[in-house]
Design a protein around this ligand. Structure first.
Ligand SMILES: Cc1cc2nc3c(=O)[nH]c(=O)nc-3n(C[C@H](O)[C@H](O)[C@H](O)COP(=O)(O)OP(=O)(O)OC[C@H]3O[C@@H](n4cnc5c(N)ncnc54)[C@H](O)[C@@H]3O)c2cc1C
Length: 449
């Protein structure tokens, strides 16, 4: 069988190498560390966890990331099997003893007869051969330039200015309303792509006080030399003057509140639809360096968001990622250069587990292609499928930001109670459906062409 080259031996590249080698393909894994380092990695080990040591919730019945654990275990994933062997006590979460974990992933890959590891920085996108690029949020500068030359610089982000994302069904629509500013938009759907939360003067003043007082995270050394005015954290805008937000992302113009048409709100927080399903909304312009605990309490002060459930919280950090919805096809190949696949965080997923899952999938797609087979599409009802559908088409390309796996990415299960009260049954229905569909997909992938 033809060789598969994998660039980057992080979470995604390590899993991809394992999956392809176990399927009988010869793999060359190119990892630049320890010869060339990054500001966050400390060692030359593969699958190094750069920050927290948590794979988050291990609950595969009520939690989407727990479901992703389940799917990777069912697919014989190296990252999950090794994490399980180095599990630390952490309640319902899967915490990992990071150094022995990375050392074991490294030795398993080194010992595999189908894998050759080369310590080298790849700086070009090769014209021939089968390649998976899994170089992560800290992709080296030379390679970033080569990717930007291929995709156009505007399709490759170097910063992640993340606005918080809210589950649509947790927004109180008896307070908020759907309307685009000045009713702009060609279709009724466009005109309803925004949800507005009104603040009176007192709400606004209390919100600004809370924002200024909230706990914030400092930038790490080397992470950034500064940020552009276009993506300033909201608390920095508030520090520039108490009225700044009211003239910026919270301006109350061009909107009429149907719940109180005669009352002009003092300020308005707008949320914009974040996926085609309409299950997720991002809070426009609300990138922030507030700590996660502070974010939930401060954002819940916004009328209409008092019961908000967050699919992800806001942040700003160095992160190289592609505008995958425009650049990648549904097989994770670069549309303009189909011999090249991308996997891991660089595709616009976020997190150790999500990155490893995208490595697993990219390798299986590459192996099938090398063998002259075409795998059936991964069902969007599975956690792996929901993620890949999101990044390769489900997400709005214009506002594309890295995404954690969450149930807002799944097609709804019909006939279940909406809202908070039905949540337990709904999540159970999502995970039951996902497990059955994932097993069927794994079985179909084994059938002869
Ligand atoms: C500072 C920071 C903190 C983070 N904290 C967390 C956290 O707490 N929890 C969490 O879930 N996620 C966190 N993340 C996100 C985390 O990076 C991803 O979850 C995960 O590591 C991504 O996996 P990956 O395989 O895509 O990239 P990585 O794990 O980063 O692996 C990419 C690999 O590619 C190599 N590489 C880069 N360029 C080249 C090249 N040109 N040639 C050869 N090799 C190359 C790198 O050395 C690296 O080993 C953090 C990210 C950063 C930057």
């Amino acid at each position: 069988m033809t060789q598969l080259h994998i660039v980057g031996g992080g979470m995604a590249g390590s899993e991809a190498a394992w999956q392809a080698a176990e399927a009988g393909v010869d793999v060359v894994l190119h990892e630049m560390r320890p010869k060339v380092g990054t500001f966050a990695h400390r060692t030359g080990d593969l699958a190094e966890m750069v920050c927290s040591n948590s794979f988050r919730s291990d609950d595969d019945e009520q939690n989407a990331v727990g479901l992703l654990h389940w799917e990777m275990r069912a697919a014989g994933g190296l990252i999950m099997a090794t994490a399980d062997r180095h599990r630390l006590p952490a309640g319902g979460a899967l915490a990992v003893d990071r150094d022995p974990f990375a050392a074991e992933v490294t030795s398993q890959l080194q010992a595999h007869p189908k894998i050759t590891i080369q310590t080298s920085e790849i700086t070009e996108l090769p014209a021939e051969g089968h390649w998976i690029f899994a170089t992560g949020p800290l992709t080296s500068d030379a390679l970033s330039h080569a990717i930007a030359a291929e995709t156009g610089a505007e399709a490759l982000a170097f910063f992640d200015a993340i606005a918080p994302i809210v589950h649509a069904d947790s927004i109180d629509m008896s307070v908020a309303w759907a309307q685009s500013r000045y009713d702009k938009g060609e279709t009724e759907e466009d005109r309803r792509a925004y949800i507005n939360c009104p603040l009176g003067r007192d709400d606004y003043e209390a919100f600004i006080d809370a924002l200024l007082a909230a706990d914030k995270t400092a930038f790490r050394e080397g992470e950034t030399a500064g940020y552009f005015d276009g993506c300033l954290p909201i608390e920095v805008m508030a520090e520039r003057g108490r009225e700044t937000l009211r003239h910026g992302p919270m301006k109350p113009v061009g909107l009429t509140n149907p719940h109180a048409p005669d009352v002009k709100p003092h300020a308005v927080v707008q949320l914009r639809r974040d996926n085609k399903l309409g299950t997720l909304y991002n809070i426009v312009g609300f990138q922030t360096k507030m700590k996660y605990g502070a974010q939930t309490s401060v954002f819940k002060m916004i009328p209409g968001l008092q019961d908000a459930s967050f699919a992800r919280l806001g942040g700003i950090h160095r992160n190289t990622f592609l505008n995958s919805p425009t650049l990648l096809d549904d097989r994770m190949r670069l549309r303009s250069r189909p011999n090249i696949r991308f996997a891991g965080q660089i595709t616009g997923v976020e997190g150790y587990v999500e990155s490893a899952a995208m490595g697993l999938l990219a390798a299986r797609l590459a192996v099938a292609e090398i063998a002259g087979r075409r795998l059936p599409p991964v069902p969007p009802t599975t956690a792996t499928g929901a993620l890949v559908h999101h990044i390769t088409g489900g997400a709005e390309a214009k506002t594309f930001q890295p995404m954690n796996v969450n149930f807002g990415l799944f097609p709804p299960v019909e006939g279940l109670k909406p809202g908070r009260r039905g949540r337990k049954d709904r999540y159970r229905a999502y995970t039951d459906r996902a497990k059955a569909d994932w097993q069927a997909w794994l079985a179909a992938a084994l059938e002869p062409a």
